[in-house]
Unconditional design. Structure first.
Length: 113
């Protein structure tokens, strides 16, 4: 199992692009290379999201990953809806619960709190 804490906009985009098979696969960081390797070997990847763009431009990538096998998300919530309306961060208090569920092949609910 691998756990990716503080998965930002660019990382989620690169992981998404690797899955849909863009001609120029982006594995520009150790994180994207590790995710690609884990998923290729059918191992779970837990993603702990933290991004100011989670609910805007990144949502397409995040939504796609949520529907893919072996991707598990720590539940996320809006951290400051008044000042940063597109920002979201994971609930770190549920990280251990998410890991245990991912090892059992389950996504804990609700993902969006």
């Amino acid at each position: 199992m691998s756990i990716y804490i503080f998965c930002f906009y660019s990382t989620s985009g690169n992981v998404y692009n690797n899955i849909i098979g863009f001609r120029f696969i982006i594995t520009d960081t150790p994180v994207t290379m590790a995710v690609k390797s884990h998923i290729r070997n059918a191992r779970p990847a837990v993603i702990a999201l933290a991004s100011n763009d989670s609910l805007a431009g990144s949502m397409k990538n995040i939504g796609y990953l949520m529907n893919m096998k072996n991707y598990y998300f720590v539940p996320i919530y809006q951290d400051d809806y008044a000042n940063k309306p597109t920002s979201a961060i994971c609930d770190f208090s549920r990280l251990e619960e998410t890991i245990k569920a991912a090892l059992a092949g389950k996504q804990i609910q609700p993902v969006l709190c």
